[in-house]
Design a protein around this ligand. Sequence first.
Ligand code: SF4
Length: 139
Amino acid sequence: MTIRLRGHHLLCLLGYRGMGYSDEFCVNMTAIYETLRTKPETEVEIITGPDDICRAYPPDKTYHCEGTVYGLDERILAKLGLAPHERSSWQDMCSRIAEKIVPEDIARLCTTCPWEKYGVCREGVGFLIEGRPLPKAGG
Ligand code: SF4
């Protein structure tokens, strides 16, 4: 099984605590998050544009999976030294994040994100740096 992720979702997953855009969106994101959390050897492929998380974005909300978030994907991939089509285990992606990013980078990178203010993404980066496991989704 390979989970396809766009650049910025590598970081969003670190802050996932069960909040999202709709029930269906959260069911999908929880399944992805819990797969990666409990089976960190799972392969992740970096892709450009809408990914396995975007596919459950609710049709009745303002669609934002195209457009300006491409710039965010690019900034985050550049910071991590990753590029589209690269594949590696989730564990290796997390090690790379811990090496290349500090919690304060989230506020610098994600200037337009409505979730940034909750602090969970920077907390997630901190967990990786400290070698602590990510919490169970919603727990
Ligand atoms: S602040 Fe927003 S875009 Fe940045 S990692 Fe968190 S959820 Fe993703």
